[in-house]
Design a protein around this ligand. Structure first.
Ligand SMILES: *Cc1c(COP(=O)(O)O)cnc(C)c1O
Length: 392
């Protein structure tokens, strides 16, 4: 008998369930915020990347509504064919000024920004040096480029140097996340820039989790390390701290001009909608004017980390407000998450393949919109569940 061709799907799903790796996606009955509504119940939200609470900000919603009235809802097609709107230009100029770079190109997401850049900069016969914990969108961008990929040990500059010393021909590109999203640690960017210079490599940093978090007013990791003008390519997202959706690339005018000619997701996928773009511009303006949300985020991060560490949890090596509560096997982390939800705390567990086997965790994302009472409520839930499961 011929086997059912799609039959493997059911087996794979069963496997995921068995290993505690199946993702149960929750449905929110309202906006993102410090609290969310799930199954008609209010839950403390510890899982969004909405770091600054801008996802439902009144000023940003108003900007999006005005843009819909003035520009409609759709971009028409890709920008190279249907044209680009003044709104997109305005966002790119506003972002470039904020990031202190000559130029910016926006894309549909951080994911497509990585695909656009990497494939345009390197190809067959070129070499990429990639941190072993880089984000999936970087990994896919590297694979699609067809360049040779040399993976170096996570944030290990001896390992990067050893890989750079291997003889190659063609162009060289070093790529790293700025903030590593699962652990909250930072790439040693000054050392990377130094090695890149020595070996004639381009440097690219993906600042998705540094945006709105690191540096003055949340300008990102390049500002944090005061490396303006020394990192060739910055990729960022508008979907995390900035609260909306979209991605971008920042760099020299020539680089941006080139990417608009050669970046495949730019050429073959439609632009962000007017509402998205106007919302993003407003979010960047808010950040440029006022750093109080960034300060609040860090204050909240420090408070939460201190408290759970004192309770006896292992919170890894985070240097940012991201707080990974390390729980070992995926099944244990999944059980912890379920029990937290019994206490009205929404904090998803993260297991393989997002993190290595045995390193499953609850990654807590506090935000600037959490009050002190909210954090205390969450900390108490972690204490109770930690005791129930004999972890603390
Ligand atoms: C989240 C993330 C992305 C993807 O950004 P989107 O805008 O959601 O597509 C890319 N890179 C890194 C490092 C990320 O953390």
């Amino acid at each position: 008998m011929v086997k059912e061709p799609l039959g493997f799907v059911q087996d794979e799903l069963a496997n995921l369930q068995e290993q505690g790796l199946y993702n149960h996606i929750r449905t929110l009955e309202g906006p993102q915020g410090a609290w969310v509504t799930i199954n008609s119940e209010k839950m403390l939200n510890f899982c969004s990347n909405n770091y600054l609470g801008l996802a439902a900000d009144a000023r940003i919603k108003a900007a999006a509504k005005i843009a819909i009235d003035e520009f409609g809802v759709g971009p028409g097609a890709v920008r190279t064919i249907a044209g680009t709107m003044t709104l997109h230009k305005e966002l790119e100029d506003t972002l470039a000024a904020f990031k202190k770079v000559p130029a910016v190109l926006t894309l549909q997401s951080g994911f497509t920004a990585n695909l656009a850049v990497i494939g345009a900069l390197v190809g067959r016969n070129d070499t990429i040096y990639s941190d072993s914990l880089n984000h999936a969108s970087i990994i896919d961008g590297c694979r699609l480029s067809r360049a040779e990929i040399k993976v170096y040990d996570h944030c290990d500059m001896d390992s990067l140097k050893a890989r750079l010393e291997e003889p190659v021909s063609g162009r060289r590109l070093i790529i790293t996340d700025g903030v590593f999203s699962m652990d909250g640690d930072l790439a040693p960017l000054p050392e990377i820039v130094e090695l890149a210079r020595r070996f004639g490599a381009m440097t690219m940093v993906d600042d998705a989790h540094g945006e709105g978090v690191l540096g003055s007013h949340g300008r990102g990791i390049v500002d944090h390390f005061d490396l303006h003008g020394q990192v060739d390519i910055e990729v960022g997202t508008l979907s995390k701290a900035l609260g909306v959706v979209g991605g971008y690339v920042a760099g020299t005018k020539e680089l941006i001009d080139y990417l608009a000619q050669r970046g495949r997701p730019f050429l073959f996928s439609s632009a962000l909608t007017p509402a998205d773009v106007a919302a993003c511009t407003e979010a960047v303006r808010i950040l440029a004017e006022d750093d109080s949300l960034v300060k609040k985020l860090w204050e909240n991060g420090r408070y939460f980390k201190d408290a759970v560490q004192k309770l006896g949890f292992n919170i890894g090596r985070s240097q940012t407000p991201i707080t990974p509560v390390m729980l070992g096997e995926a099944a244990q982390a999944a059980e912890f998450s379920v029990r937290l939800s019994n206490h009205q705390v929404f904090a998803q567990s993260i297991g393989f393949p997002t993190v290595p086997h045995g390193k499953a965790r609850i990654r807590v994302m506090v935000s600037a919109s959490h009050s002190r009472e909210d954090l205390d409520y969450g900390i108490e839930a972690f204490r109770k569940v930690g005791k129930e499961l004999g972890i603390i």
